[in-house]
Write a new protein. Structure first.
Length: 102
């Protein structure tokens, strides 16, 4: 089985913003973080409240990391991984919803 590197630096984004959004446009580009507060009602699907202003890294997985299943079929993947404090991980699956909770 080949090794999969989920933490390749070429698509990684980082921020220490106190509030930022997680976005996944309807195209072939990977999910990403967005710090533009005026986008929160039109682009943000997920919201991260980072009141301690920790350095947070976002690694997109879907459209960036290939995970193959049997019969040469691409496996299902989450949109990305948030990493902070060096070892803490949050796997992110974004679903477009109209409910805002912030």
């Amino acid at each position: 089985m080949p090794t999969i590197n989920f933490f390749a630096p070429y698509h990684r984004q980082e921020t220490s913003a106190p509030l930022f959004g997680l976005c996944d446009d309807d195209d072939e580009s990977p999910a990403y973080i967005d710090e533009i507060l005026s986008n929160k009602d039109c682009k943000w699907i997920g919201v991260v409240v980072n009141s301690k202003r920790k350095e947070v890294f976002f690694y997109p997985v879907d459209k960036c990391v290939e995970i193959w299943e049997e019969e040469n079929k691409m496996g299902s993947r989450c949109e990305g991984i948030l990493k902070y404090d060096g070892i803490k991980l949050i796997f992110v699956e974004l679903k477009d919803r109209k409910i805002k909770n912030y």
